[in-house]
Write a protein that binds this ligand. Sequence first.
Ligand code: SAH
Length: 352
Amino acid sequence: MPDEAYAMLPQDWAAFCKAAGLPAFRAKQILQGLYRDRIADWAALTTLPPALRERLAAEMPLRQPREVTRTPAGGDGVVKYLLEMADGERVETVWIPADGRVTQCISSQVGCAMHCAFCASGQLGCVRSLTAGEIVGEVMALVRAQGRVPNNIVVMGMGEPFMNYDAVLRALRVLNCQQGLNIGARHITLSTCGVVPGIERLAGEGVQFELSVSLHAPDDALRDRLMPVNKRWPLGVLLPACDAYTAATGRIITYEYTLVRGLNDRPAHAAALIRLLRGRKARVNLIPLSPVAEFEGQTPTHADCLAFLDALLRAGIHTTMRRSRGRQADAACGQLRLRNPKGPTHGTATEN
Ligand code: SAH
């Protein structure tokens, strides 16, 4: 059984109450307190007897990440939060409103060990993984700050979710369950840089979460250069694992493809990507590169992005282009990074 409140699923609370000799309705009261009333502290759950509140405070800490800073990222409601965990480690998470709905982009690790060339999150390596309770706490911190539950969750912040598989899956189950935040499974998206064992495990979970896979290159030579993970699980291993995932779950994978000027955005790259995905059940999400100080690549022109999109669409591949938001505050894809008082801290990548 977990040892922190936000990591507990309804069945865990039921088991906790049973083991403690408490009536079953206590589990329901606890879940309502946590996710409906959004208590910040066990002392606030006054429907429980004082002795039980004290016991919970001792055994099931309600670890609230502390809001360190809140940075509006443009005039369109995007807000980046820097949150601090109990041990002082910090992660960034982004609140992204659009058309009356909200997506929260959450982090799964403090930093990242995958070292993709264009991504700020991995520049300083991985300090540690977040616990399941801390990941749920990331969402609860913003639910409290914003006064509403996000409609969508994307695990696309700092970290590689499949390098922290158990905690991430547990957290997503808590967010998804009816007595938790009740966020629909199809509104929860996991993104992996291509950690094949994680894809294989997820295929067997019986969950309906959406899966995105970061591709970024149509061949191994280029993908090796951009994403060290490709040396471990090259395309010849990754794509069959993705096909097997789709065969087992009936779920179609979205391949993310960050466009970098001149590097992977040429018509020849589009043609190679079409060859790679033709005959596969696949969607593609194009992401124009967000500027990152440590990577010299440039954002392609809008015309080149559209030409790439058009080539894929004409080949019959279901393709969308991500509207990149939050760049003014380094809150866009790939710009979240370690901002940690304990470790070395980099300045912001862009000052515009
Ligand atoms: N580690 C996971 C989660 C990150 S999701 C993964 O790699 O999939 C964030 C998405 O943004 C990934 O597809 C990532 O490769 C992409 N990305 C990283 N750096 C970027 C940048 N500078 N510009 C645009 N997209 C970037």
